[in-house]
Design a protein around this ligand. Sequence first.
Ligand code: ASP
Length: 439
Amino acid sequence: MKKVVKFGGSSLANAEQFQKVGDIIRADVTRRYVVPSAPGKRFSGDEKVTDMLYACYAKAEEETDFSADLAKIKARYDEIITGLALTISLDKEFAGIEENFKAKAGRDYAASRGEYLNGIVMAAYLGYAFVDAAEVIFFDEDGNFESDYTNEKLSERLANVKRAVIPGFYGSKHDGTVRTFSRGGSDITGSIVARAIHADMYENWTDVSGFLVADPRIIKNPEVIETITYRELRELSYMGASVLHEDAIFPVRKEGIPINIRNTNHPEDKGTLIVESTCRQPKYTITGIAGKKGFCSINIDKAMMNAEVGFGRKVLGVFEKYGISFEHMPSGIDTMTIFVHQDEFEEYEQSVIAGIHRAVQPDTVEMESDLALIAVVGRGMRATRGTAGRIFSALAHAHINVKMIDQGSSELNIIIGVKNADFETAIKAIYDIFITAQL
Ligand code: ASP
């Protein structure tokens, strides 16, 4: 049995948190590969080391003095090293970083140092080998992650290393330039390592006890999701539920490795298990609710649209021309509605409308802005009658006007469009009918 354990920034923010992490790792001998983030916030209002590095490097690029900023970053690590009573020193590392900053080694290089240094500290603390991610995680010339090549090299490298620390968030291009994933990318590294070593489990340790059924900023103390499938998770994270980086699913999914989201501050909690498929019945009909604001809809009307072959393609071609991706496209006999992100669309609005007129000569094109989309996700919906009915009666009771309904063919989710202003009330109404009413 082999586990990969990834710890987020808040789990490694100071020596005390490091000790909790050490206890967790030592409590299970199968926790053999450790992927750390950079130190996060120690208290609300504190700065993440990654953000400090970005700011410090910005000064280096402008050729203003950044030595005080770099010293502050070093102090964060020194505090951890002293707190853990380690004897290592990062003086040499910091001298190298200072030089590389002066030589303008790049923003990605700068940000990656947060994880790199934390990896060195973690390896020393645990007595594990340190494997620099730049030597085992690869990006192509354009900066795209090279999944299969990385998998091959990383498996080879770790084959004879029983216990190792591999810093999260970055890798390198073939010319040696450091490249990072997008923010929160250590989750992806954990998943890549899990795939490479054929882990039995990828544990992702953070500061919450798993995925919540709904956003805690909207619902007070929402229930934790016990088990969720990759597909459900993808639907929810796409709609804004964030605990795990969206792209972290793909590498482990290929291998069918489950992910367990755990809480470093409450290791006794079971957290959320993310799996390919499961026969475990979900506790409630729905698994989760998530949503996003800031959409607008373009409603196209044309008599006999249904008989016009190629109508949809021509309309979508206009959006494609301006690089706008659409979210949903419900249609009627003579109508077609396209949902897009308002901020992406605004810039091209008039060109798109003119383009649609030219392409398909519609009778009318109307737009509605400030819409929100809510996804109600659950594998349990397929086998349950009346889910849609319950959602819409709950929304009607809350006096919410439903603007759009879209049920994916997977029957895994129902997407509901409402006005931005109704967003929170709608989520509360749906949560109450499925969760609170059953507690
Ligand atoms: N430290 C990086 C960030 O803050 C990556 C990570 O924590 O996953 O985005």
